[in-house]
Structure formats: C-alpha cells, structure tokens
Design a protein. Sequence first.
Length: 127
Amino acid sequence: MSLIGRILRRDALTRKRGADAEQLAADYLARRGLHIEARNFRVRGGEIDLVCIEGGTRVFVEVRLRSNADFGGAAASITAAKRRRIVLAARHYLAQHGDSNCRFDCVLLDALDARRIEWIRDAFAAD
C-alpha cells in the first residue's frame, strides 16, 4: 500500500474512533438525564462535540479519547487554545439558538477500557 493510502486509512480509522467515542459519551450522558440537542456543531475556528440540555442549562461537551496517559492523558489534551475554540463555537451556537445558562463539560474516555468514563462537569469557564 502506498504512503498516501496508509495515511488515508489511518485518518479514516481515527475519525471512526472519534465518532464511536462521541456516541459512547452521548449514550452515557443520556442515561444520566441529559437531552442531546446537537452533535458536531462547527463554525469557522471551532467545534463542539455535543450540545446537551440539563434542566434549564445548555451543556457544551468536549469528548476526549486517549489510548494512554502519555503527555497527561485525555484531560491534559484540552489546552487553552482548544478551550478558546470551544468557547468561540459556543458563542455562535448561543447566538443562533438563543442565549441561555450554559456550562462546559468534558467526557474523558479510555480507549483501552470503554467502561472507564469520566464526566467532568463545569470543566472550564468561558472567560
């Protein structure tokens, strides 16, 4: 297989793993009473994996999948730059769908053990 073929195959596998992780996170949150309002909301400069509703609060969720804890694991991979991109997308979402109370959560998944799911409520603030 050519180098380009291997790269395309690896990218497709990465996208599939990401989609599977987001589905696991959505199922997990739904079982805990959150309503999934949107998935993969994208704007120029940012993306939100899941937009949920819990009571009167809109919850913007970042889903992270890590296969090992090198470089700090899943939580450490949500850098300040990543948080800024999520907040940017959230502001666009709120402008389009109506301003409301909101928070930013993270769902961390372990690729080696799908039962290990960590939900961090109010993981970071918009400012």
